[in-house]
Design a protein around this ligand. Structure first.
Ligand code: ATP
Ligand code: MG
Length: 404
């Protein structure tokens, strides 16, 4: 017997107050995107949850895609059966036997929505539990801390039975907390920062600075590949490719001492902020992590962050490198990130970058660069924007279809 439905549980915060409808809509939209290949599936919204009617689609096919939808805390494959005691008992046993790992203890929780069903929920707990115990004598009942909970819902027309609980992606539905630009390098950290920002309900547009031809086309390809990994959780994502060579070269002609990185990073921040403004984004997300490198001390983050007014979101700021790597592996970006690439910022690296930049000094250096604003504006004007999707073919189709 294969599951006919999937029950998806939405996060508690998703359910509160006036936002509920908007949150549910955002989850539905993402669900329809990830389940698009399975056209037979029907969607039903109920209070606090969404039910998928599989209509023949195997549960195993939808299980992994469902784990990429933010706002879903957990989900369960559901067996449906007629409203008859014997049917419910048999189905309950099937659901217990179908679990991935067999529990040692369990309890039955029956909810009787249909009051015309002849046995009340207390009686049903015993009738169903007893039946399962007779068939699986190694199992024990534990009503306080069971390893598995067998749920039965007696609805108007049918009974639902489920016991397996798969963990969802959690977080807030995508975009329900607004939009941010993600400063995306080719490294390990920023894709993870992007994932965490999206999980917290931020839609993202990626911004990448390159110094072509000093940095290769291959490193641009690598960044696109990283955006493809993020697109698994979001659908098509905008990628802004900022040509940084000219800004960088001009800055380097004027100043090449130990505050160079700070000055470059501040220019990147300002450009990112401009792109955020133009694209209606309300924050800048970076992959900075406290103490990792010279530019990520408190003093550096302060000097760099003061270049802009938008909130800076640094999801990794207090995470250890190992935790970050584990997340990078989980979202499948790690393998791409460790491919060799040249970062624009490693181009004209000073011999000893300052770990304690003084904001006043940095600002006075920038005052000696009256052309800086115009250079940054020029970089914004020359920024190329692409739509990136999970696979290249979809990207091309997108571009093609936009002609019609
Ligand atoms: P990552 O692993 O994300 O490259 P990192 O530990 O190497 O981070 P830095 O190189 O100091 O740290 O960069 C800090 C942050 O600045 C990055 O996480 C990213 O958000 C941003 N950044 C750095 N280089 C670029 C770039 N070329 N384009 C866009 N953003 C960048
Ligand atoms: Mg880096």
């Amino acid at each position: 017997m294969t599951p006919q439905q999937v029950v998806l549980r939405l996060g508690e915060l998703t359910l509160k107050g006036r936002n509920r409808h908007r949150f549910e809509q955002a989850v539905l939209q993402q669900l329809k995107r990830v389940l698009r290949p399975w056209g037979a599936i029907k969607y039903e919204k109920e209070f606090g949850r969404i039910t998928l009617h599989l209509n023949g689609t195997p549960y195993e096919a939808v299980r992994e895609p469902l784990k990429t939808v933010f706002g879903i805390v957990s989900f369960s494959p559901v067996l449906t059966t007629e409203l008859e005691l014997e049917r419910v008992q048999e189905t309950a046993l099937l659901a217990m036997r179908a679990m991935d790992t067999q529990p040692r203890t369990f309890k039955v929780s029956v909810r009787r929505v249909n009051k015309s069903f002849p046995h009340d929920s207390q009686e049903m707990n015993r009738l169903v539990g007893g039946y399962v115990l007779r068939a699986m004598p190694d199992l024990k009942v534990d009503v306080h801390r069971p390893e598995a909970e067998l749920k039965v819902e007696l609805r108007e027309r049918q009974a639902l039975v489920y016991s397996q609980v798969d963990r969802g992606a959690g977080g807030f539905p995508l975009g329900t907390n607004g939009k941010a630009v993600l400063m995306l390098s080719g490294g390990i950290d920023s894709p993870v920062a992007g994932y965490l920002a999206m999980r917290q309900g931020l839609a993202v547009e990626a911004v990448h600075f390159h110094s072509y031809p000093y940095t290769s086309e291959r490193s641009q390809e690598k960044v696109k590949e990283l955006v493809r990994k993020l697109a698994v959780y979001a659908g098509p994502i905008k990628l802004h490719m900022v040509p940084f060579t000219s800004v960088q070269t001009k800055i380097h002609e004027t100043y090449r001492e130990n505050l160079l990185i700070t000055v470059l990073r501040r220019a990147m921040m300002r450009i990112a902020e401009k792109l955020a403004e133009v694209n209606g984004a309300g924050a800048i997300v970076t992959g900075e992590s406290l103490g990792q490198v010279a530019s990520q001390t408190l003093a550096s983050m302060n000097a760099i962050g003061r270049a802009v007014h938008l909130p800076l979101i640094r999801p990794l700021v207090c995470m250890e490198k190992l935790e970050i790597i584990r997340l990078a592996e989980a979202i499948d970006s790690y393998e791409v990130s460790i491919l060799p690439y040249e970062d624009c910022c490693t181009l004209f690296l000073p011999p000893s970058p300052s770990t304690n930049p003084n904001l006043k000094v940095v600002e006075s250096i920038e005052e000696g660069m009256p052309w800086l604003q115009e250079e940054m504006d020029e970089a914004v004007r020359n920024t190329e924007t692409l739509w990136i999707d999970t696979d290249r073919r979809a990207e091309q189709e997108d571009r093609f279809s936009s002609f019609f």
